[in-house]
Design a binder for this molecule. Structure first.
Ligand code: GDP
Length: 298
């Protein structure tokens, strides 16, 4: 296994010494706890979560000699405990079409995630329609069409600069007429003008509710794991802009080990529906807390 990632090198440092060979056991004292805290903060877990995790590990164990493997196991158990409640696949409701609004900043992986989701549902025998709702980015629309072709799913588009809500309305009409199971709606990710974006998202929701007053059934926020603690403010922002119901964390295949997910889970408790683990169409995986904790603790 690779040795990259702040968590690994730091956990290694916790048990290394100047001479040859690692320290086999270390007394759990204030110094070690402080180092452990630093390690968790450096791994993007955020200060509050790092403090809580560390104090849970310390409880009843101060003064004990622990091995690196024991610390790892305690840490993995703490992380798993935080992550288990949020590891939930996207809920599906008995509605046709299921409407999934996909939000997130540009570059987070929205387009790619929509392509992957479309492919997954299509492979499961579902009829899927995509609406290219980021009508201001011609490149995004083109890219979505490429993904639609790959997945074998129709992508509804509108001329550049046209109203995304009117595209969403047309897409609802088409998806209902076709008896589609799933409608995935891409949205703009320009945070430069939040008031505009908020109005845009609100209008999309308003018009699709004219066709189904329970829609959208899911509002997925796509986050890029490599942005670290930035993800916290993105969740806060998008919760104000839309009724976020779940998260997809992309780019967990890179060096980012996703400590930020622990921070988000601890702070917001939003379900994590899936993780992006690559740029290919099949690179969308369910979120598994145990595997995740094992990868994070190294
Ligand atoms: P959007 O602007 O939010 O629609 O983002 P895109 O879907 O265009 O993705 C931005 C970049 O991130 C592209 O180069 C994607 O190939 C890449 N990307 C998206 N998801 C993942 C992932 O899970 N892993 C990796 N390694 N790259 C990803």
């Amino acid at each position: 296994p690779e040795e990259s990632g702040a968590s690994r090198s730091l956990l290694g440092r916790l048990f290394s010494r100047p001479g040859p060979g690692p320290v086999l056991r270390r007394t759990l004292d204030d110094e070690m706890l402080e180092q452990l805290e630093e390690l968790l903060i450096a791994a993007d877990m955020g200060v509050d979560t790092a403090l809580r995790v560390t104090s849970n590990i310390a409880e009843g164990r101060i003064g004990r000699k622990l091995s690196s493997a024991e610390i790892k196991a305690l840490l993995a158990a703490e992380i798993t405990r935080i992550m288990e409640p949020v590891a939930r696949p996207m809920p599906l409701y008995p509605k046709r079409p299921q409407v999934v609004l996909v939000v997130g900043v540009n570059g987070s992986g929205k387009t790619t995630t929509i392509g992957k989701l479309a492919s997954q549902f299509k492979s499961a025998g579902k009829k899927v329609v995509i609406a290219a709702g980021d009508t201001f980015r011609a490149a995004a629309v083109e890219q979505l069409q490429v993904w639609g072709d790959r997945a074998g799913v129709p992508v509804l588009t509108a001329p550049e600069g046209s109203d995304p809500a009117s595209l969403a309305f047309d897409a609802m009409t088409r998806a209902q007429a076709d008896g589609a199971d799933l409608l995935l709606i891409d949205t703009a990710g320009r945070l430069q003008n939040r008031a505009d974006l908020m109005e845009e998202l609100a209008k999309i929701v308003r018009v699709i509710r004219k066709k189904d007053d329970t829609a959208p059934h899911n509002t997925l926020l796509v986050l890029d794991a490599t942005t670290g603690q930035n993800a916290v403010s993105q969740v806060e922002t998008f919760q104000k802009l839309a009724d976020v119901s779940g998260l997809v964390m992309t780019k967990l295949d890179g060096t980012a080990k996703g400590g930020i997910l622990v921070s988000l889970a601890d702070r917001f408790g939003l379900p994590i529906h899936a993780i992006g683990v690559g740029e290919q169409i099949d690179d969308l995986a369910p979120f598994d807390p145990k595997d995740f904790a094992a990868a994070l603790t190294g």
